[in-house]
Design a protein around this ligand. Structure first.
Ligand SMILES: Nc1ncnc2c1ncn2[C@@H]1O[C@H](COP(=O)(O)OP(=O)(O)O)[C@@H](O)[C@H]1O
Ligand SMILES: [Mg+2]
Length: 403
């Protein structure tokens, strides 16, 4: 039987799996969704979602190649295929959890694991052209392996086309935010606190093209790295924010952090491990320790900084320009209660809602988003928002690995 990709696009309803591992490198998030239609006519039902935590060995292998100039090409080459296998296993596991046989899965959208993201910088001093400034991005978790092992057509590499068109290659979730959360009578801010904090502002009268979205700064990234150093890798994150709650903010470090040049940049802007990763955080941590600051105080400071940087960006780029009716939070950081309290306090005790209330589980939102983006790609519809990424125009995102 001749196999046509168009057959998938022609179906009125598709079963789609979304896969992603974010900048936190905590594990693979998988979601199984039933999607009817596309674009603004989209209807989505979440059948299952889960996080499959990386074994420590894998987390370490990823961390080793995710620092520019550290991992060897051999390491990256092997890890790309290895992660492809793990993503395929996650896809099978989530299909089973949802009770959907693999033969009835129409499509997989896999974001993969970013190991390097070097977007073009806007607004800074002009830089001489050099290899070290070539805008580029690399996600691994080979889609050919996923398609081969699952027997399902897989779409991957969503970021590169946008970057090739002059964009930041990120953020991509705002298009999905628009489809899922746009409301005709309410101005909404969406915040996703993963390794990095992302913001989407959806004005009630906005079109997808005028949606504002940007990376606000670190999410869990500083906190996670400090917790790993403090506990010598025994703990990967500050569960429920308990360590931060037991500490005191160090005013000197706080002031220094708030001067980070990324915070002053105007949107569109995106950031990652290159700016707020291990190297940056280790330096902060040991400088603090050498001044006699306790590790729990450093984690309290990192958590408060994360909340304040995010709140200030919302103030500056959104709330100073219009009123906001709802703030909806997702991402693993939504589970850090201390961080959420600080965020609300920094915003004059504004109420924060969880995406769960709107049918989107906090830990499942990004996986759901990549299922929806794959659904757009198979319909050959553009799904970047140039207003969010800075690309020179709308583009169809991703590469197709046929079943
Ligand atoms: N119970 C919890 N308490 C505090 N933080 C949590 C909790 N659960 C998850 N997290 C945080 O969420 C992060 C993972 O969030 P996630 O949305 O997957 O981010 P990313 O997209 O960067 O992978 C973890 O690294 C951790 O910092
Ligand atoms: Mg994650």
């Amino acid at each position: 039987m001749a196999y046509k990709l168009a057959d998938i696009a022609d179906k009125p309803v598709r079963n789609v799996i979304g896969l992603i591992s974010g900048t936190s490198m905590d594990g693979m998030d998988a979601a199984m969704v039933r999607i009817e239609g596309r674009g603004l006519g989209l209807k989505v039902k979440v059948l299952a979602y889960d996080t499959y935590e990386y074994p420590e060995e894998i987390a370490e292998a990823i961390a080793a190649v995710a620092v520019p100039d550290r991992g060897t090409t051999g390491d990256i080459c092997r890890l790309n295929f290895w992660l492809g296998r793990l993503f395929a296993e996650a896809a099978k596991a989530i299909a089973e959890k949802a009770g959907v046989p693999m033969e009835q899965v129409d499509l997989i959208g896999s974001h993969g694991q970013t190991i390097c993201h070097l977007p073009p910088r806007k607004g800074g001093p002009p830089l001489p052209p050099s290899l070290s400034r070539e805008p580029s991005t690399l996600q691994i978790g080979e889609a050919e392996v996923i398609a081969e092992l699952t027997g399902v057509t897989t779409i991957s590499d969503f970021r590169k086309r946008d970057m090739a068109a002059g964009g930041q290659g990120a953020p991509l979730v705002p298009y999905v935010d628009y489809l899922l959360f746009h409301h005709p009578e309410r101005n909404r801010i969406l915040i996703n606190i993963g390794g990095i904090s992302n913001v989407t502002f959806l004005a009630k009268d906005a079109s997808p093209e005028s949606t504002l979205a940007y990376d606000a700064g670190p999410g869990n990234m500083l906190i996670d790295t400090m917790v790993r150093i403090m506990t010598m890798n025994k703990q990967r994150y500050d569960k429920d924010g308990l360590i931060a709650r037991s500490g005191q903010v160090d005013a000197f470090l706080m002031e220094q952090l708030m001067e980070h040049p990324f915070l002053a940049l105007e949107p569109p802007k995106s950031t990652g491990r290159e700016e707020f990763g291990e190297k940056f955080t280790e330096q902060l941590f040991y400088k603090g320790v050498s001044r006699g600051v306790k590790p729990s105080d450093l984690i309290a400071t990192a958590t408060t900084f994360t909340a304040r940087a995010l709140a200030q960006s919302l103030q500056r780029f959104v709330l100073s320009r219009q009123t906001v009716d709802e703030i909806i939070v997702s991402g693993g950081g939504a589970l850090n209660q201390f961080l959420m309290e600080k965020l609300s306090a920094e915003m004059g005790n504004m109420e924060l809602r969880l995406s769960e209330e709107y049918g989107i589980p906090v830990k499942g939102k990004e996986a759901i988003a990549f299922a929806i983006l794959a659904n757009e790609t198979i319909c050959l519809a553009p799904s970047n928002l140039p207003s969010a990424t800075g690309a020179s125009g709308p583009r169809i995102l991703g590469k197709i690995s046929p079943a």
